[in-house]
Ligand binder design. Sequence first.
Ligand SMILES: [Zn+2]
Ligand SMILES: [Zn+2]
Length: 807
Amino acid sequence: MKEIVEVAVGLPVPKTFHYSIPEKMRESLKVGMRVLVPFKGRKVTGFTLDLMDLPPEGVKEKLKEVEEVLDEIPLIDPQMLRLYRWVSDYYLYPLGEVIKTGLPPGLHLKSEWILDLTPDGLRRLEQGDVDPVQERVFREAERCGKISLKKILKAYPGEVSKSQVFLWRRKGLLSLEPGFEGREVKPKFEKVIRPTGSEPAQPVSKKEREILKWLEEKGEALYSELTKRFNAPSKAIQSLQSGGFVSVSHREVCRELSVRPELKPYPKPVLSADQEKVFHEIVKGIHSKQFSPFLIHGVTGSGKTEIYLRAIEEVLAEGKEAIVLVPEISLTPQLFSRFEDRFGEALGLLHSGLGRGERYDQWRKVWKGEVKIVLGARSAIFAPFKNVGMIIVDEEHEPSYKQEEKLKYHARDLAVLRAKHCDATLLLGSATPSLESFHNAETGKLRLLSLPERIEGKPLPRVEVVDMKGKEGILSEELKGAMGRTLEEKRQGLLFLNRRGFAHFIFCPDCGLTFKCPNCSVTLTYHLWDRSLQCHYCDYRIQAPGDCPQCEGHRLRPIGTGTERLEEEIRTLFPEIRVGRMDRDTTKRKHSHQQILKGLETGEIDLLIGTQMIVKGHDFPNVTFVGVISADASLHFPDFRSSERTFQLLTQVAGRAGRGTVPGEVVIQTYCPEHYSIQRAKEHDFIGFYQEEAQFRRALEYPPFARMINFRLTGNSEKRTETAATEMGRIGQALLKKGYRKGIEILGPSAAPFSKMRGKFRWQMLAKGKSSRMLHQFARGVAERLERETGSTGVNLDIDVDPIFVL
Ligand SMILES: [Zn+2]
Ligand SMILES: [Zn+2]
């Protein structure tokens, strides 16, 4: 039996640790189980990675012991551990934290400092012998009984420090002890009542008789079922139980999903000739039982979803499981309901919009193999299936597949990797594939399957581009004309404007004042309905002033247009039409998007105004008109992918038009009508766009023609962040001299495009190169030396590996 265990702790530490296994645990501890281990004076949860007889060389003899084994069965499959190890290595992120990302939040268990008042502290509080800060903290501690130190520090940011609290402890005013805060989500149990079959020897009441009869007919019932049928049955059940007529046991049940959309039957359509061809290729891939990666390039409305559904049927018939990733599941209730109609109980759902308990239950169902398909957002790529036969990434070009915080993984890239590890079939689908994926198809790493036409021979919409230079107002005559015609003919329209609020900002023409966010380097957006100025990055908000606070002028003016102003403009221009609006402001409440989309479906809304929320794969047959108010915002975004993003947004939003029997019409307003992103979107010419964009990327050596890592520094102090950035630049140059010069080019360091965000100053440095291995080595070198030289200055280094495939 092995005596040593390698553990990854769920903390931001770069390496793994070894512990010795106490005799009594040796038999039960397996790889993939969670353990409780001592770590720097605390107890933390760790994940068992490996078991061995002797500690590896270089590890000191005297190892600490595992405190407790938390699982009875391994929680993590060896195959998943392999994936996690790869992710940790590739994204340069601590392994324990990677594993945590893949588990539902309720499963984390970590000891924390728990604060409690001592009798002395309590007496001082009662006698008022405390300073104002103490008074607030002590009152909170008294109110809560026990409270975690973390919560206290969070509740009074900037007022109370950790060292202060420890000082109070030394003075005997409070105690701090390790404990657990926040419980695991518990499995939900319910009572099951069964008749025992014994004859009543004593008389029972009429109600008891009725219940018993009902139970005998049913065989057994959950307590919740009983309460639906009988009024207040608990007493009767008790009496039946004590008389020996029924037995009561507990059974684990799953929480019902609260976000079930309305179920609608979707008849299984006949495949078109193109669909048939594509499907046939995929089936060959499935039956080959080898890693078979495909890119399905299908224009909007070409019937990709039906192909996914049939491919999954095929995979299930092989006794395997399927993972389906979609960009934002809460925005696509139609898709969910189609999957549910086809697969019913076999379908599980995993995304962050679910409640904690729901998510935990869904995860467990996957883990136990009770469902065979998981539909979910990016984190569903970590679904704990053990026998994956297919992974589908719908709208594979969507930026939301990349997590931008903490572990900066790209779910599409992990899909490629996981499918490869399990010899599964991989389907990436899009009307506007990412440059990376299409490049991989060109070089033969992905097999390209095309659906060049819409189903049932429906034409793609006609697109008109309107040059807004020298034009007054928000809406051009062309757009108003096309929209008016659509609405007159009792059809529906969408207006796309990718900015919420009323105006971009307000401006004083007398002194030039604009209002900036104190935490971020952006202007505050003006919202008319509550007369506020808001930051869309950090949620800072203030009341908008009536007069200019600088010069007391009376002419403060809103500049630029957001969805709120557009809605007002439309209501003035077309008072008779019914307008809906879908953006972050109108969809704060749960289910509000579903309600808005339903309004469009049932015809209660004639025109829907919205941000990129309306771009997603909705399918409304009566929508024949789409207007794009300004194609320019995304075009001028400081990112090398901005042209690609613009082309994708325009093509996708235009694709919402004319999916029914009447052909669609699209009007795009822009100040750059000649730009190839706009021209190619107008012509529905993805290949043309790809070729033009690829030329730029190749010339400038950007992905997919090179690999890239962004080193981002953030800190509270402007000076220190800048100093660390200079230091990072120096380290980078020094490493180049040491042999990286041939393969790596450095850009920067320089202030990031938004140089201040949420109160943090930001600098960045880009490294580009052809060899991923070399780039990773270089990144590790930079991180290690920077840590050594500027370790404790409060400046944080974040490494962002640009998504690119690993085929
Ligand atoms: Zn002014
Ligand atoms: Zn802000």
